[in-house]
Design a protein around this ligand. Sequence first.
Ligand code: FES
Length: 121
Amino acid sequence: MAEWFAGRISDFDHERRNTIEVNGREVVVLRNNGRFYALENNCLHMGGPVGEGMLMGKVEAVLTEDKRCLGDRFSEEEIHIVCPWHGWEYDIDTGEFAGDRKRRLRRYDVTTRGDEVYVQT
Ligand code: FES
């Protein structure tokens, strides 16, 4: 297993992100609700910088027991990053493209040691 230094924990304060190179691929490292994530930074659509996108909960329908729709809400469990070029959304936990779950960005495990953050391959 190899590890790639991604920055100090404080580098990710205020929703800042770091982009590093891992085995020749651009990878964005981010923190959300205290947990770190690392994803390939090239959108599957046209190569846009996914890591510059906003984070938002998956939009999901609120249904009654008889399947009537009461409206939409933002998920608190599944968080998406939205590519800033044309809006493709990816699950930050799995890298899955929300429009086709068979397609995904490469994701990486992230670990911390002391104040340092590492991407693992
Ligand atoms: S390049 Fe990302 S949505 Fe088009």
